[in-house]
Design a protein around this ligand. Structure first.
Ligand code: FES
Ligand code: FES
Length: 223
């Protein structure tokens, strides 16, 4: 599980390169992203058919309204009774209906990991699952990790190791790390990189993220 050179299984969502393999500089990445955004804004790049069919596409472009249904969600130990269209994602339910904006929307396509939450203790991309499918399950978001003023050990380790720059990916990284530490991975840094490869950081904070997760795992192992 720990060989960084081993090809990933078909369909694996892991595309975070080890630091030494990264060939795109931060300046090049930002330039590419800005250029893409400019093209989209100018209309030169049209949204794809898949985007247009997304339940999160802007109102008016996503078809007629769908009747809402009652949905009860258990989030961070609290019960919330909501009325939601069946096509509302868990991500939008958390952010738009419950005001839990700590969970970030990056790509909205299951590619960046910014929306990672725990569902019954397992890592889930909240943009890829519907809220109505989460009835009866225990959902944990970044807001539910700390105990009062006491940070979760992974949160504290991210702070101690500067595991963030802009911080946008950080809630997803932390939630993913919490899930990762409960899974049967090996003990190498390569395992950390592979285990968190579904979480992208545009700032390139990967070395510090790995250091933070390594420390949190050591604390866990030490009780
Ligand atoms: S917002 Fe869900 S994976 Fe990017
Ligand atoms: S800290 Fe900026 S995206 Fe990760």
């Amino acid at each position: 599980m720990s060989d960084p050179k081993r090809p990933l299984p078909a369909g694996a969502r892991c595309d975070t390169p080890p630091e030494e393999e990264s060939t795109l500089s931060r300046r090049e990445f930002v330039g590419t992203a800005v250029a893409g955004g400019a093209l989209l804004a100018s209309g030169l790049l049209a949204p794809s058919a898949a985007d247009a069919a997304s339940p999160n596409f802007p109102p008016g472009l996503d078809g007629p309204p769908v009747p809402a249904v009652p949905v009860t969600l258990q989030v961070n130990g609290q019960t919330h009774a909501l009325e939601l269209e069946p096509r509302v994602t868990l991500l939008d339910a958390l952010r738009e209906h419950l005001g839990l904006s700590g969970t970030k929307k990056g790509c909205d396509l299951g590619q960046c990991g910014a929306c990672t939450v725990l569902v019954d203790g397992r890592r889930v991309n909240a943009c890829l699952t519907l809220a109505v499918m989460q009835r009866g399950k225990a959902i944990t978001t970044i807001e539910g990790l700390s105990r009062g003023e006491t940070l979760h050990p992974v949160q504290a380790a991210f702070l101690a190791h500067d595991g963030f720059q802009c911080g946008y990916c950080t809630p997803g990284q932390i939630m993913s790390a919490v899930g990762f530490l409960s899974e049967p991975w090996g003990t190498s840094d390569a395992d950390i990189r592979e285990g968190l490869c579904g979480n992208l950081c545009r700032c390139g904070a990967y070395p510090n993220i790995v250091a933070a997760v390594r420390e949190a795992r050591g604390q866990k192992a030490g009780g």
